[in-house]
Structure formats: C-alpha cells, structure tokens
Design a protein around this ligand. Structure first.
Ligand code: AMP
Length: 522
C-alpha cells in the first residue's frame, strides 16, 4: 500500500478538524492537507518527469529533493511527493555548495526545492547537475513552489503502488567516508509506522509536540507518521527552543526528542511535574541518552523517558516498553526488538553471541531498506548471505532477569579502539568517566599512537561550576578500570561537538587530536 493512501484512510470523519497548529498561530485542517497535497502532487505530475532504472533493475521514480527550512508546507511537499508516486529526498538546509554538489550529483533529482535565500547558488549547482526544475519555498508560505501549485486542481487520485515501490532516499549521517543514500520503500515506512503506532499506544486524541527537524528519519518519519496515521494533531514548532517546548507542553500528550533536547529541557527551572501533567509519553532516540538525564527527568517530571533505537536504513528497531505490563523502561538500554523486527548480536566470525556478550548488531524485517543508491558493493557488504543487515553498531542483548531480551548499544563498530592489541569500547569508558564527581558528559575516541596503534583519549565536559583537571580525572579512572583502558590524555571542554541530531562527532575530535601522540595519522 501507498503511505499516502494510508494517510487518507486515517483522516478523521470530520475533516474540518485541526490537524496541525503552528507556533505562529496557523491552523491546517485535514481537508487543507488533502487539498494542498493534491495541488502539489498535480504540480509535480504536470512537470512530466521521468524516473530511471537502477543497475539492479529496480525502478527509481523521479526524485524530489528538499533543501528547505522547517515548515508545514515542506511536510506537505513530502506527502505530495508520495502522493504523486515520486521519491522524496530531504536534505539538511545547513548544507552548502560542496555538500549539495555531492548529493545532487549522487541522487540526480528531477526537482529541487530550496529556501528563497539559497536560490542563487543552489540553482547554479542544480543546473550543473542537470536538475530540470528548481522551486523555492519560504517558511512564510512564499516561493515559486506554492505560486505554481496554486494554479493546480485540488483533486488528485493517488496511484496504487506496490509495497516494494521506492518512495524516499535518506542519506546516512556519514561521520566518516561518503554519505550513502538509503533507498526506502512504501512498505518499509508503512510497516514501521504501524508497528510504532500500536506499540506506543497512539490515539486519535493524542497531540504531538513536534520540535524536531524534518530532514531526518526521527522528525519526518517517526514523529509525523505516528501522529498523522493515527489521525492525531500536531503542535508544530518551527525549531526546538526549550522555552517554547515548555510553553506548549500543557496542550500536548506526546513529545519526541534527541538527548540534547532533554538536557536543554532539564536546564529549565520550568520543567516540573505540573508542566507535564497532560503528557502520556516522552520518546528519546538518535543518540544515547545519559542515564543521569534519564534519572533526572523522572525525578523532575514523574515521567520515565522511553528510549528507542533505529537508523535511516531500517527505521525503528528496538523500543523500551510502553505499557508497564510489558516490562520496565531501563536507563542505558534501548529495549527489546520491536514486534516484527528481528535483532541479533554476532561475533567477528558471524556466529551468534551468548546473551550478555558484546558483538555486532544485525537486523532483519519488513522495515529494512532496499540498498544504497548507486553503491551495489556497499549494499552487498552490508548484508549477510541470509539477509541480515549489518547495522555497524556494537551492543549486547541482556541476559539478566530484569533486562532479558533488552538491547544495549555500546557504540559504532568503527569507534572501537584497538590499543596494544586490546579492544576498548568507548561507551564503557564514557560510563566510568560520567560517574566521576563533576563530570556532565564525555566522549572517548582513539587516535594514532606510535607504540599502541591507537591511544585512548577522552573529552570531558564539566558540570556547571565544577573544576576538573586532566591529572585528577586520569587518576580517578585508574582506580576503576584496567590500565590499558584508561585515557592517556583527557581534554576538558565546554561542550562536545554534535551534529544536528545530537550525535557526538567523534571524527572531528579525532581529526583535531590526530597528531597528539606524534604518530603518522596517514
Ligand atoms: P541515523 O541513521 O542518522 O538515524 O543514525 C543511526 C545511528 O544512531 C544508529 O546506528 C546508532 O548508532 C545511533 N542511535 C540511534 N538511536 C540510538 C540510541 N537510542 N542509543 C544509541 N545510539 C543510537
């Protein structure tokens, strides 16, 4: 089934009800969504665009790339692209010339939609890459996209698509190497949305406070699909601001955020039990949530954050339980595999690890993507012969009575540090550092070392008012863990470098300190 057809089937009987309310006071009814997406879909169809057949024979419909700031119209463009049977490619509007050169060259979209302020440079890049149409879309309902769509009919019948039809490309955050375009189908998105809606108990009277960006799986698919396909209302914030979230919480029932958002909310005195009175669910994901933030949030609000795990290639994979009867929500764990999703942990040779042992996380299910655009070798490398996708994450599946079947992420495989022949998992060292007095958070990474191959290095952020020294931190760590795991150097920083989704960019730390031990980094 087509995702858009599923959305139409979820419209409430009374389409004059408000579906989206923005922080600028705009109201969009379900009928507005129906009409606006029809007009945009008719515009896209009128352009007479052609898809292409990929090397493996898969048909890739025309690609619509969106390099726009967050707005409800940008969401409508996404929905309209699916409605027209085309493929949506969201791109971070912070990307500049060199990045867009790569993405447009790689994905070869037929249409690019950008912010009016970026039109000049972006249209030049786009035309060099033979993009046929470049439209603009502002955050205030301005731009050529809506101008042109306003002449279109508001009637449109979505085509019927196979669940294997492609409908989106998400580029992986790619903190190392070239970013890869994950090809996703209607079936991938729909199966995951339906699983989450059921698992997290979505109801038509829910109100989602939407503060995430919409160029990423979390804000676009997880958040919008759950709300829209449940016929629930969205309270739409143009961007995340802790004050704005607090102001709108009393009208909401569900909030989804990345760990940095939760830390920023915790820094607000206004985050109290009464501010969260009407809430039923706080979801966190995209990066690990610190156990201290998990505990502080529960203590301040009375709500236990539900942490979940997923990735662009697969949608959501694991989730802590929603219903108390299904088990507790555990700090530091992403919960068991979601219904219909298989998760296993294997050793370097590919054999399943015993419960509790750390290994490579592999997954299988209807949510797993088709492959990487134009990279058949990378696609082949990423799957086992029996079709398990190698996530690149390292973790374990709990064995104990409390965490049986619960998955814990230890880190990305490529972040593993091998020092003097010993494996060091950064998350384990970070865990120890974070427990030291005065430490707010930390990032542990490896840099080339002439003797050991790699040397363990830490960046540590102090809690407000705390005074930390390198020597003191190293000394205290030595008392807790084996010497080979103790960071050889510790840097005290005001904050860790993070990308837009709150993921710590260890590659930047590694680059900055590549020459620390005088080894040849090449
Ligand atoms: P992306 O494709 O940009 O969503 O990144 C996916 C990656 O983010 C995963 O492979 C994990 O490494 C990481 N990730 C997502 N959710 C979590 C989580 N709850 N805890 C730890 N890491 C996470």
């Amino acid at each position: 089934m087509n995702v858009f057809a599923a959305l139409q089937a979820a419209y409430p009987a009374d389409r004059s009800r408000v579906a989206i309310e923005t922080d600028t006071g705009l109201l969009y009814t379900w009928q507005d969504i129906e009409r606006a997406t029809a007009m945009l879909a008719n515009l896209l169809t009128s352009l007479d665009l052609h898809g292409r057949t990929l090397d493996d024979g898969t048909y890739l419909p025309p690609v619509v790339a969106a390099h726009t700031d967050k707005s409800v119209e940008a969401l409508l463009l996404y929905l309209a692209t699916l409605r027209a049977g085309m493929v949506y490619l969201p791109l971070n509007p912070a990307y500049r010339q060199a990045e867009m050169d790569y993405f447009l060259g790689d994905a070869q979209p037929a249409v690019v939609v950008c912010a009016p302020a970026d039109f000049q440079w972006l249209s030049r890049v786009a035309f060099q890459k033979r993009v046929r149409h470049v439209f603009t879309l502002g955050t205030d309902r301005t731009g050529t996209l809506l101008d042109r769509a306003s002449f279109m009919s508001d009637q449109h019948r979505p085509d019927v698509f196979e669940s294997t039809s492609l409908c989106a490309i998400l580029y992986t955050s790619g903190t190392t190497g070239r970013s890869k375009g994950a090809l996703l189908t209607h079936g991938n998105l729909l199966s995951n949305a339906r699983t989450l809606i059921k698992h997290w108990g979505w109801r038509p009277d829910d109100v989602l406070l939407h503060a995430l960006p919409i160029f990423h799986i979390h804000g676009l698919f997880v958040a919008c699909h759950c709300a829209l396909l449940s016929g629930s209302k969205l309270l739409w914030l143009g961007k995340f601001e802790p004050q704005a979230v607090l102001q709108h919480l009393p009208q909401a029932t569900v909030f989804m955020g990345v760990p940095t958002m939760y830390s920023r909310l915790l820094a607000q005195p206004g985050l109290t039990r009464s501010a969260c009175n009407g809430m039923r669910l706080f979801v966190c994901g995209s990066a690990p949530l610190l156990p201290s933030a998990f505990a502080d949030f529960a203590q301040r609000t009375g709500h236990t954050i539900l942490e979940r795990y997923g990735m662009s290639e697969t949608g959501m994979l694991c989730s802590n339980p929603y219903r108390p009867a299904d088990g507790p929500r555990l700090a530091g764990s992403v919960g068991p595999a979601l219904p219909g999703v298989e998760v296993r942990v294997v050793d370097d040779a590919g054999s399943p690890c015993p419960a509790g042992a750390v290994g490579h996380i592999q997954v299988r299910g209807p949510n797993v993507f088709m492959g990487y655009l134009g990279m058949p070798d990378k696609t082949a490398e990423s799957f086992t012969d029996d079709d398990w996708f190698k996530t690149g994450d390292v973790g374990k599946i709990g064995a104990g009575p409390d965490d049986k079947g619960y998955v814990s992420i230890v880190g990305r495989a490529r972040d593993l540090i091998i020092t003097g022949g010993f494996n060091v998992y950064p998350a384990e060292i970070e865990d120890h550092l974070n427990q030291l007095p005065g430490v707010a958070e930390s990032a542990v990474f490896g840099v080339p070392h002439p003797d050991f191959g790699e040397g363990v290095v830490a960046a540590v952020v102090p809690q407000p008012g705390a005074h930390l020294t390198e020597a003191g931190l190293i000394e205290q760590t030595k008392q807790r863990i084996a010497n080979f795991k103790v960071p050889k150097r510790v840097f005290v920083l005001a904050e860790l470098p993070r990308n837009a989704m709150g993921k710590v960019q260890k590659n930047l730390l590694q680059k900055e300190h590549a020459a620390l031990f005088g080894a040849n980094a090449g």
